[in-house]
Design a protein around this ligand. Structure first.
Ligand SMILES: NC(=O)C1=CN([C@@H]2O[C@H](COP(=O)(O)OP(=O)(O)OC[C@H]3O[C@@H](n4cnc5c(N)ncnc54)[C@H](OP(=O)(O)O)[C@@H]3O)[C@@H](O)[C@H]2O)C=CC1
Ligand SMILES: O=CC(=O)O
Length: 393
C-alpha cells in the first residue's frame, strides 16, 4: 500500500480508477531509479508515474558522488555488506555497464572470452575472473552480457560455465538479448543449483550504457530483482518487472523488431528524398519536428548522411534480434510481413560485410539494391506489374 500512497502523489483523478484496476489485475511492475515499485502498472500510463528526478541527479554527478551514494545506502540499511558482483562479457555494452558498477563502488570481478578486454577495467579497480565458473563462485550476483543465444548458453552452461560456480544464495542476471527458450533453458540450469535467475535484457545502446540510463526488461525471481535493484539503478534509468522468464526476452524482441523496421524505413526515406532532389539534412529536420520524430533519427541521421556508421549497436545484432522476433511471431502465430522483409535486408547486409558496422549502415544495403519490375511476386503472391523487388546490383 505504501507504493500506492506514493503513486497517488503524482496521479490525476482520471488515472486513479485505472491504477487501482491495474494493481489487482496485472503481473508486471515498473520501478523508477528512486526504487519505488508500482505493482501491476499498465505500461501505457507509465509516464505519469515513473520518477526520473533521482536518476537525473545521480547521472549528473561525478563518479565519486555515485560511489558515495552507494556506500551511504548500505550504511542506512544497517551496515549491510555490499554484494560482490561478477560481470561476464565485456563487449560494447558489458564494458560500459561493468565500468559504472566499479565507479559506483562495488567490488566487481570481470571475465571476457578475449582476455585483453578485461585490462582496462582491471586497471580501474575490477578483479579479473579466470573463468565464468570461478567468477560466479567468487561473487554474490553475476551479470552476463553476451552477443547471442549461443554465446549466452555457452557462458552459462559450457564446460567451465557460470552455472558450475552457482549455489543457493547466489544470483545470475542475464542481460543479453536472447529468445525466450534460451532464457528458460538458462533459468532452469541456474535454478537447479539453488541459485536465483533474472533475465534482464536492456533497451538503450552504447551511450545509455555509458550514461547509466538503460531500461531493464526483467523477469524471473522477484527476490533477485529486488536484490539486484541497486545495481540495475546504477546502470539504468528504469526497470520493468514482467513476471515469468521469457517475458523479458519477448518485450525486448518486440522493441527491437520495431526499431529495426524504423531504421530501415528512415533509410529508405532519406534515399527517396535525395533521389527526389531534397536535402537530406532538411528531411531529418522535418521528421524531427513532427509526430514521427525519434531520438534515434536525430542522433544517427546526420552521420548517415555523411556515410559514417560508428558502431554503437552492431548491425549483426539487429539482424539477430529480427530473426528471433520472427521466430517468436511464428511460434505465437502473429504474421509479421514487414519485419520479415526488413530481416531479409539486414541478413543480406550482414552477409555483405556490414555486420560489425552500426545498424544505421542498413542504408548502405539499400543503396546497393536495384529495382526489378515483376509481373508476379511469387513470395507474397501479390500480382501487380508495378510491384518492386530489390536485389543486389
Ligand atoms: N550494442 C547495443 O547497442 C546493444 C546491444 N544489446 C545486446 O547486448 C548483447 C551484447 O551486445 P554488444 O555488447 O553490443 O555486443 P559485442 O559484440 O560488442 O560483445 C559481445 C560479447 O559477447 C561475447 N561472446 C560472444 N560469443 C561468445 C561465446 N560463444 N563465448 C563467450 N563469449 C562470447 C564477446 O566476447 P569476445 O570479446 O571474446 O568476442 C563479447 O564480450 C547482445 O545480445 C546485443 O543484442 C542490447 C542493447 C543495446
Ligand atoms: O538493442 C539495441 C538497443 O538500442 O536497445
Amino acid at each position: 500500500m505504501e507504493a500506492v500512497a506514493m503513486a497517488k502523489g503524482v496521479l490525476t483523478m482520471a488515472h486513479k480508477p485505472l491504477l487501482l484496476n491495474c494493481l489487482f489485475s496485472r503481473s508486471s511492475s515498473i520501478t523508477s531509479k528512486s526504487g519505488v515499485i508500482f505493482p501491476g502498472l499498465q505500461h501505457g500510463y507509465r509516464r505519469s508515474f515513473v520518477s526520473t528526478s533521482d536518476a537525473t541527479s545521480a547521472r549528473s554527478g561525478t563518479a565519486w558522488s555515485k560511489r558515495s551514494f552507494v556506500v551511504r545506502a548500505s550504511s542506512a540499511a544497517g551496515e549491510e555488506k555490499q554484494p560482490s558482483i561478477g560481470f561476464l562479457g565485456l563487449g560494447i555494452m558489458g564494458t560500459a555497464m561493468a565500468r559504472n558498477l566499479v565507479k559506483a563502488g562495488y567490488e566487481v570481478t570481470v571475465w571476457n572470452r578475449s582476455i585483453s578486454k578485461c585490462d582496462a577495467l582491471v586497471s580501474e579497480g575490477a578483479k579479473r575472473g579466470e573463468t565464468p565458473e570461478q567468477t560466479t563462485a567468487a561473487c554474490d550476483i553475476t551479470f552476463a552480457m553476451l552477443a547471442d543465444p549461443a554465446g549466452a548458453m555457452e557462458v552459462a552452461c559450457g564446460p567451465q560455465g557460470a552455472v558450475k560456480g552457482l549455489s543457493a544464495g547466489k544470483g545470475y542476471v542475464d542481460v543479453s538479448t536472447v529468445d525466450d527458450e534460451t532464457a528458460k533453458a538458462i533459468s532452469d540450469a541456474v535454478r537447479k543449483t539453488g541459485a536465483e535467475f533474472l533475465e534482464a535484457p536492456v533497451s538503450g545502446s552504447k551511450k545509455p550504457a555509458v550514461d547509466g540510463t538503460l531500461i531493464f526488461l526483467t523477469a524471473g525471481d522477484k527476490s533477485l530483482f529486488e536484490r539486484a535493484s541497486p545495481m540495475l539503478d546504477v546502470m539504468g534509468k528504469s526497470k520493468f518487472y514482467l513476471g515469468d522468464v521469457g517475458n523479458g526476452a519477448a518485450m525486448k524482441l518486440v522493441v527491437n523488431m520495431v526499431m529495426g523496421s524504423m531504421m530501415a524505413s528512415f533509410s529508405e526515406g532519406l534515399l527517396l528524398g535525395a533521389k527526389a532532389g531534397l536535402d537530406p539534412k532538411t528531411v531529418i529536420e522535418v521528421i524531427g519536428q513532427g509526430a514521427i520524430s525519434a531520438p534515434m533519427f536525430a542522433m544517427k541521421g546526420p552521420s548517415m548522411v555523411e556515410g559514417q556508421y560508428p558502431t554503437a549497436f552492431p548491425l549483426k545484432h539487429q539482424q539477430k534480434d529480427l530473426r528471433l522476433a520472427l521466430e517468436l511471431a511464428n511460434k505465437v502465430g502473429q504474421p509479421s510481413p514487414i519485419a520479415a522483409a526488413v530481416n531479409d535486408l539486414y541478413a543480406r547486409a550482414t552477409k555483405n560485410g556490414l555486420g560489425d558496422e552500426d545498424f544505421s549502415a542498413i542504408i548502405e544495403a539499400l543503396k546497393a539494391c536495384k529495382r526489378t519490375q515483376l509481373s508476379n511476386n511469387e513470395k507474397t503472391g501479390i500480382t501487380n506489374s508495378s510491384t518492386l523487388r530489390f536485389s543486389e546490383s
